[in-house]
Write a protein that binds this ligand. Structure first.
Ligand code: BG6
Length: 486
């Protein structure tokens, strides 16, 4: 099904995601000549707008969101000459409201559509495209997360989109899969023989995944209040990381081989029920505090907030994977807004040595730990114990073995995760996109937690902005003799 896409249509072309991520990514792909010069772009949103005005809008977004050192006037003008605008109303899934887009596509049938709109429009938009004859067998569609707000709504969206596009032409984005460090995790696991024999319950004590953000709501109160951290971050990004850490080696690095293995992991997550939710999950919400040296308001005092919301801005979960490889190994997940620092990492905590021969000098030995850091800087570090130089006894200290590429070899600019994903979608490669059964399995597990919270009335615990969440999150690990890696 490889073919060269000729038109890229962006629905929601004036929205926040498009301005911050999609247009800048397209700009870099064009600037670096990674896409053919014949590829053209159609921006689309509900209201009418002349082409010139839209080009000015895209230009302003690029000037704001592309770092000055990469903003080249000739590359900018080249992209803008390839951009046009077509209003589009998906209303009832009929062809009405598609006329401008039909005209802009002018019979072209090699189109990649990107839905950067509210997910409730995905189904109607696809049905309208089909009704207008704009969804031929060569067309593909990219769907931004979230695919729904629970299993039922995600099923409905997948059904509607699936009526128009075959699964191999649907590209569900989870932008974490476009991050270099996430793909490097696959290389680390499956291109080195060193780790695989240890990558299981015999050698690993626990796994911790932290996605800490210092930002608050960033003006997204409406969306966030309906979502919360569990649906916004755990259902997608964090479960993807769990799947990549825990999956079996796929037979090949190919779309269905990789996604089969990831899906098996998500399906093996032990359900969290009303009886186990309180012991295995923590919901938190930031109160007023300090972020980056500035006083910041609490969640309920944010501009536009309802004032009494129980939405969680922090969640910690002790997850377990019920299969042979991972039996008994807890996966601790935590994510939150207004955390102490911006930090995303995966810490693989190995077991301590079975017997300490240095007990006279060092009564406790720190276990080895492999830390894969995604943000703010990518790195892979293996913590080992080493003898401190000296003549007396054996004093030990933790030494980090740096396994990352030296800075000057890592390619300079940190790419936007969307660049890789857009390029793969243009090439028709779905390996780094989420398959329908995978997304539904994730919602199934998340729905279990959400329902349990509701039935047990698990309300949010406050934490001061600028900290690592409620103290209950510390207790979540300590109850089991573990502690969060800081
Ligand atoms: C998005 C969430 O999917 O991911 C945001 O909706 C969150 O709430 C963002 O801030 C985090 O992405 P990153 O790449 O900055 O870790």
């Amino acid at each position: 099904m490889k073919h060269t896409v000729q038109k890229f249509v962006l629905f929601g072309a004036t929205g926040d995601l498009s301005q911050r991520m999609v247009w800048p990514s397209l700009y870099h792909l064009c600037r670096e000549k990674l896409v053919p010069p014949t590829l053209t772009f159609v921006g689309s949103a509900r209201h009418a707008m002349p082409n010139e005005e839209f080009r000015k809008f895209v230009e302003a977004a690029l000037r704001k969101h592309v770092a000055a050192e990469y903003l080249k006037e000739d590359a900018l003008q080249d992209l803008l000459t390839r951009v046009t605008y077509a209003p589009f109303q998906a209303g009832d899934g009929s062809a009405a409201g598609t006329e401008a887009l039909q005209k802009a596509l002018a019979g072209n049938n090699k189109v990649l559509y990107f839905m950067a709109t509210s997910p409730k429009f995905y189904g109607p938009t696809c049905l309208s495209l089909a009704a207008a004859g704009l969804a031929c067998e060569y067309c593909r569609v990219i769907l931004e997360k979230p695919i729904g707000t629970d299993l039922a709504s995600s099923f409905e969206i997948n059904e509607a989109v699936g009526r128009v596009f075959n699964e191999d032409r649907i590209f569900r984005i989870d932008h974490y899969l476009g991050k270099e460090a996430v793909q490097n995790l696959l290389a680390l696991r499956f291109a080195n023989s060193l780790f695989e024999p240890l990558w299981n319950a015999s050698a690993i004590d626990n796994v911790q995944i932290t996605v800490g953000e210092t930002v608050g709501l960033e003006g997204r109160t409406g969306y966030y209040d309906e979502s919360g951290a569990l649906r916004d971050m755990v259902q997608n990004h964090m479960l993807q990381l769990v799947a990549l850490v825990a999956m079996e080696p796929p037979h090949l690095f190919e779309p269905n081989e990789v996604r089969n293995e990831k899906t098996k992991v998500i399906r093996s997550l032990r359900p969290i029920s009303a009886a186990t939710a309180a012991a295995n999950t923590v919901r938190g919400q930031y109160a007023a505090g300090n972020s980056g040296g500035n006083a910041v308001p609490g969640y309920n005092q944010e501009p536009g907030a309802k004032g009494t919301s129980d939405t969680e801005t922090f969640v910690a979960v002790r997850a377990e994977i019920d299969n042979w490889r991972w039996a008994g190994v807890p996966f601790y997940l935590r994510t939150g807004k207004r955390m102490q620092s911006r930090r995303t990492d995966i810490a693989i905590q190995f077991k301590t040595v079975p017997h300490n021969i240095f007990a006279a000098d060092e009564p406790t030995l720190q276990a080895n730990r492999l830390v894969i850091r995604l943000q703010p800087q990518e790195s892979v570090t293996l913590q080992i114990l080493s003898k401190q130089p000296g003549l007396e006894g054996v004093r030990l200290r933790e030494v980090p073995l740096e396994l990352s590429l030296p800075k000057d070899e890592s390619g300079g600019r940190t790419r936007i995760a969307y660049e890789r994903l857009l390029l793969d979608a243009l090439k028709g490669n779905t390996t780094l996109f989420v398959r329908r059964d995978e997304v539904e399995a994730a919602w199934h597990w998340i729905d279990g937690i959400q329902t349990s919270w509701k039935s047990t009335r698990q309300t949010v615990k406050p934490y001061p902005a600028g900290t690592w969440g409620p103290t209950a999150a510390i207790a979540l690990t300590e109850r089991h003799g573990h502690s969060w890696y800081e």
